[in-house]
Write a protein that binds this ligand. Structure first.
Ligand SMILES: [Zn+2]
Length: 424
């Protein structure tokens, strides 16, 4: 597959013709479409023939004609914890890995990045750590001499309340005199966005979020205002409908997880332009590994009920027109980087979303909504040359992204896929 596509070296423009082109945003695919690009950016995408002046002198035919292939933007994971390795299933090893030095954590995280490229993933929105791993990788990804790696941005340490959930990835609000000072400190440290932990997490034994939300609505409003005053978006961990009410009232940019969201809350999220990152994978993995976790029948039935309810909410959210973003929560127990996103897409499809809706949620929709510092995730002039080509149509099923294909990434043409998620 990679042999069929010439690399975009020098000033040469590459001209491809593909059977199906997904631009990341549109609700319908382009058929028998043309794409012209150089190593920096896409120059043309459309069903009509490209303008002559964009083609190389004398070029009469496409460099490659791929009538059976689908072309789509490289994938974006909107929720990852790059400092954690979710594939580690031994709880003792997992705890030990958290106690490594920041340097060791950074090196390990860095060593996992190239693998993402070979899964077709071109960007990760990190969701926080307190050892500077995400911030260091964000800087690395923006540096001219960066290695082969996805675009990365990070909130640095998330913000939570001392003594409440999140101490492994957050620093407390109490360290500062006011929410505004706390946000300013994060931005001084290099945060690309602000991550808040507004609630606790699901108690699987009880099948509910039983703790009170950690943040008040007033605190959330103040933190969001401070972030917006600096031009930064907020990404907010919230599960349980009481906490979800508060973060909607707080006017956050994205709700992360959102388990137990109510239908009326979905409608308000749409009205307030709050996007949703449902992160099925970490909860599904609790069910997949129920034996390993020693869960009894009650917990297993709770997990199934929670996941079914979440799937129903995802369909509702789509019907209502809520902005939906794919995020794996990679780094969580059982959710490895890269493979975790492919699994998340599979779970979104299994919940009942059409493959194209799922693909858009992992490409053009986050590209439009998340204020990234670079242009990727759409097949449009001016966007980076970072796209997937595959003969296994992801419109039949997003699981086809697990089969071999190619990623065109700037001037490189790289093999992707050929993975088996059954052993995850
Ligand atoms: Zn997370």
């Amino acid at each position: 597959m990679t042999d069929a596509i010439p690399a975009a070296t020098g000033d040469r423009h590459i001209w491809l013709r593909v059977g199906t082109l997904l631009d990341g945003v549109s609700a319908t695919p382009l058929r028998n479409a043309h794409l012209v690009y150089d190593k920096n950016q896409i120059l043309f995408a459309g069903e009509q023939s490209p303008p002559r002046d964009l083609l190389n002198p004398e070029q009469q035919a496409p460099d490659a004609d791929l009538p059976n292939h689908t072309l789509l933007p490289g994938l974006i994971d909107a929720h990852t914890h790059l400092f954690l390795e979710g594939g580690e299933l031994d709880p003792a090893q997992r705890t030990a890995s958290l106690h490594q030095s920041p340097n060791q954590l950074r090196e390990l995280a860095r060593s996992r990045l190239e693998k993402l490229i070979h899964l077709g993933i071109v960007a990760c929105r990190d969701a926080g750590d307190k050892d500077g791993v995400g911030l260091a990788l964000s800087q690395l990804s923006a540096s001219p001499g960066r290695p082969l790696m996805p675009y990365i941005d990070s909130p640095g340490a998330a913000i939570h309340h001392r003594g409440h959930y999140g101490s492994f990835m957050a620093e407390p609000l109490e360290e500062y005199g006011s929410p505004a000072e706390c946000v300013e400190a994060r931005i001084r440290a290099g945060a690309d966005r602000i991550k808040l932990i507004a609630t606790g997490i699901i108690d699987f034994k009880k099948g509910a979020v039983t703790s009170e939300p950690q943040m008040t609505t007033e605190e959330i409003i103040a933190l969001v205002a401070a972030a917006h005053a600096h031009g930064k978006q907020t990404m907010v961990h919230a599960s349980g409908d009481i906490g979800i009410d508060r973060v909607i009232d707080g006017g956050v940019d994205t709700i992360e997880h959102g388990f137990f969201v109510r239908d009326d809350q979905l409608a308000r999220m749409r009205d307030r332009n709050i996007a949703w990152v449902p992160t099925f994978a970490p909860v599904q993995k609790q069910l997949d590994h129920a034996d390993l976790m020693g869960y009894d029948a009650t917990v297993i039935s709770n997990l199934k009920r929670i996941l079914n309810q979440h799937a129903a909410s995802l369909l509702k959210a789509h019907q209502f027109g809520v902005t939906i973003l794919a995020g794996s929560d990679a780094g969580s127990y059982g959710v490895p980087h890269g493979l975790g996103l492919l699994y998340e897409l599979q779970l979104m499809e299994r919940a009942g979303l059409a493959p194209l809706t799922v693909l858009n949620a992992a490409t053009g929709v986050p590209s439009q909504r998340l204020a990234f510092k670079d242009r990727f995730g759409q097949i449009r002039p001016g966007f980076r040359t970072r796209f997937i080509l595959t003969a296994h149509s992801p419109l039949d099923s997003v699981t086809n992204l697990q089969k071999p294909g190619a990623l065109v990434f700037d001037d490189a043409v790289l093999p992707t896929g050929a993975v088996d998620l059954s052993g995850l």
